[in-house]
Design a protein around this ligand. Structure first.
Ligand SMILES: *Cc1c(COP(=O)(O)O)cnc(C)c1O
Length: 467
């Protein structure tokens, strides 16, 4: 079966995620038949470098022999069993190892199916904790950062702030309290990233001081707001946010669904601030990019607040059919084995240093307003005018053009609006990074040639997922 056949059959029956399906009248749909390491191969035999780790899930490449072997072994033993009333060795061992690796004090693992459902569980747990300890449902609001993203189910959307995802469904969701983001891209003249962190933390403190009695938790994406355009902040914000939450009696939920498992340079991003959140949500890289699974890690104090006689009705009643799936747990264990088998974070430091060298020429590109990096995430912000950081209007979809030109050159490089970024699997080589940088440069050149930034479109600061 060749590309054209698969595309025709797909477009007759499949509805794709996060896609205006009409786009596929002009944007090619990629039928992938094989993955090996950082490479994906389509049905016509063309290869594409997966520069974005298949939406930030893949850590050690596609079809990794060790993860494949673990899954084949597990498949012959047990494919699935419910986790209510039953247990199995993979989920026990995974929980032990996650607790040992996570920041001090996180001692319990609660499993869900995907990132959004982990966020839902953490929100419910936080609210339910305060209900259990006070007997009153007063603490029921959540504080979120501007430009944050926590998933797309209704509860997760409620604590997100990316307009593209949220606006349409706003009438369906409970409003969160929004505080400014510590995003260093928003620095005023002469301001450092640290200044941004302190300014945002002061605003957070004021919000908590004013509403602590009705707030259950603050939710943050530690160090990088990924879906919000790979916006980055100083770790000091996390320290200050932790202190503010403690001062005002509010939980801290760390959403490390995208940044966990070594993306930012440490195994977990929270480590760079030396903090322990009340809830740590993990998914994406958890199974090495193989299977949907997520986990909420929390501590003894939280766990104890739910532990009582059945008749008190304090139990946390939340479940998903595939909670703790043995295959997903084995993929996660095999992934942790790969971290244990070699100095992955050390190698990533070398790769990140190489990425930093490759990023240098982009800093002076006439249509790049910012180059930012945290570990294995490197982002270029395309702008109409770097001096004023005037964004290109989202309607021009220049990021989409980058995507198309990159495919022609053998890279799957899917920008977020006008932000072109690399978030590659950790098994990428320096030569492959060199090629990726060449491709990115050529594509950015092509899509920013047009000297007329706006035409008749009024920029409104919004941006799109694909472009
Ligand atoms: C991807 C993501 C989610 C949602 O995870 P899904 O598995 O797509 O539901 C939540 N938070 C962050 C930070 C993410 O990047």
């Amino acid at each position: 079966m060749r590309n054209a056949d698969l595309v025709a059959r797909d477009l007759a029956v499949v509805w794709h995620p996060c896609t205006q399906m009409k786009d596929h009248e002009s944007v090619p749909l990629l039928p992938i038949v094989r993955g090996r390491g950082v490479w994906l191969e389509d049905a016509d035999g063309r290869r594409y470098l997966d520069a974005i780790s298949s939406w930030w899930t893949n850590l050690f490449g596609h079809a990794h022999p060790a993860i494949n072997a673990a899954l084949k072994d597990q498949l012959d033993a047990l494919e699935h069993v419910l986790l209510a009333g039953c247990t199995h060795a993979p989920v026990i061992e995974l929980s032990e190892r996650l607790v040992a690796l996570a920041p001090q004090g996180l001692t319990r693992a609660f499993y869900c199916d995907n990132g959004s459902s982990a966020i839902e569980a953490a929100l419910k747990m936080s609210f339910h904790y305060w209900l259990n300890v006070s007997g009153r449902p007063d603490k029921r609001r959540f504080v979120t950062l501007a430009n944050s993203y926590h998933g797309e189910t209704l509860g997760a959307l409620a604590v997100g702030d990316v307009a593209l995802f949220k606006q349409t469904y706003a009438p369906l969701i409970v409003e969160a309290l929004t505080v400014p983001s510590p995003d260093a891209y928003l620095a005023g003249p002469g301001e450092t990233a640290l200044d941004c962190a302190r300014r945002a933390a002061a605003a957070l403190d004021a919000m908590l001081a004013a509403h602590a009695g009705e707030i259950a938790a603050l939710i943050v994406e530690p160090l990088v707001q990924c879906a919000g355009g790979m916006r980055m902040h100083d770790p000091e914000y996390l320290r200050l946010a932790r202190a503010a939450c403690d001062r005002h009696g509010v939980h801290l939920i760390a959403d490390e669904i995208a940044v966990g498992f070594g993306r930012t340079g440490t195994l977990f991003a929270c480590e760079q601030a030396g903090i322990t959140p009340d809830f740590l949500c993990l998914s994406k890289g958890l199974t090495g990019g193989y299977l949907p699974m997520s986990v909420v890690l929390t501590g003894d104090d939280l766990y104890r607040a739910f532990y009582d006689d059945y008749g008190k009705l304090t139990a946390f009643l939340h479940s998903h059919s595939y909670t703790g799936n043995p295959l997903a747990a084995r993929a996660a264990l095999a992934t942790l084995d790969l971290f244990a088998a070699s100095d992955v974070l050390g190698r990533n430091r070398e790769l990140a240093a190489h990425m930093a060298r490759l990023a240098e020429p982009f800093r002076t590109h006439p249509h790049i307003g910012d180059v930012r990096q945290r570990g294995m995430i490197l982002a270029f912000e395309m702008v109409a005018d770097p001096a004023t950081r005037t964004p290109y209007p989202w309607q021009q979809r220049r990021g989409l053009d980058v995507y198309r030109h990159a495919l022609d050159r053998g890279a799957l490089l899917r920008p977020l609006g006008n932000v072109v970024y690399f978030m590659p699997p950790y098994v990428i080589t320096e030569a492959e990074l060199d090629r990726l940088a060449e491709i990115a440069w050529e594509c950015i050149e092509l899509v920013t040639l047009d000297p007329l930034p706006f035409g008749d479109i009024e920029p409104d600061g919004r941006s799109g997922w694909l472009a």
